[in-house]
Design a protein around this ligand. Structure first.
Ligand SMILES: Cc1cc2nc3c(=O)[nH]c(=O)nc-3n(C[C@H](O)[C@H](O)[C@H](O)COP(=O)(O)O)c2cc1C
Length: 208
């Protein structure tokens, strides 16, 4: 019943409004709590222990507002972000489009982010609470950045202490030049910058 109502309300709203409301609902805990914790679903990867293999992908909770709600819903992990060093608005609206016949959306948010400070402070508050679940942090570069490597260094340095793992986002088509970082020397420099930023701890995992 909850999901039927939520789904009907969601579809009646513009895509981005529905997304923002869902994040707020999760932030304030207006979600049903998972009731079954099945030990058979426990799994591990890269030294991390997951209560189940189902995670909430990056892009839903761009500013680390909905972590507790996602874990309450029963996700085994949540990846927040993409988070940029400085706040930036992203692309002009509309920037999320429903493809109804495909049950899909096209996302052209363009890294709308409140910036690493806001996200880090939220994650710091959470780390003191009794939450169960893995929190990954997905990092990116600002649109107006003149040194993208430094952006990965800065975000890794600020956010690694509050993350169970980091993801370097170099695949978004919505930030000009970002995908150039996937090649040769640029890729090496990006990974080196992020690694240096988080001074990788033994327990930490960096994914691409
Ligand atoms: C609205 C929307 C926003 C997204 N934003 C991000 C993002 O900020 N960073 C990122 O790494 N991926 C982002 N993604 C990609 C998702 O994390 C995921 O990789 C993608 O939806 C494919 O997973 P799926 O096949 O389970 O849908 C976004 C996806 C959607 C639909």
């Amino acid at each position: 019943m909850f999901w039927q109502l939520a789904s009907a309300a969601n579809r009646a709203l513009p895509a981005e409004t529905a997304h923002s409301l869902a994040v707020k609902a999760m932030e304030f805990g207006f979600v049903p709590a998972a009731t079954v914790a099945d030990r058979q679903m426990q799994t591990g990867c890269a030294g991390l222990e997951f209560s189940n293999p189902l995670g909430l992908a990056a892009g839903f909770d761009k500013n680390a507002e909905a972590v507790s709600g996602a874990l309450k819903l029963g996700f085994g992990h949540i990846e927040v972000g993409t988070i940029t060093p400085l706040p930036q608005p992203g692309n002009p609206r509309p920037r999320v489009f429903r493809l109804k016949s495909d049950n899909a959306v096209i996302n052209r948010y363009g890294f709308n982010s409140q910036g690493m400070e806001a996200a880090a402070r939220r994650l710091e508050r959470l780390s003191g609470s009794a939450q169960a679940g893995i929190v990954g942090v997905n990092i990116g570069a600002n649109k107006a950045s003149t040194d993208k490597f430094d952006d990965y260094y800065k975000t890794a340095r600020r956010l690694a202490p509050v993350a169970d793992y980091l993801t370097i986002n170099i695949s978004s088509p919505n930030t000009e030049g970002l995908r150039d970082l996937q090649h040769d020397d640029s890729l090496r420099r990006t990974i080196a910058a992020a690694t240096q930023g988080c001074r990788i701890q033994a327990s930490q995992y960096l994914s691409l």
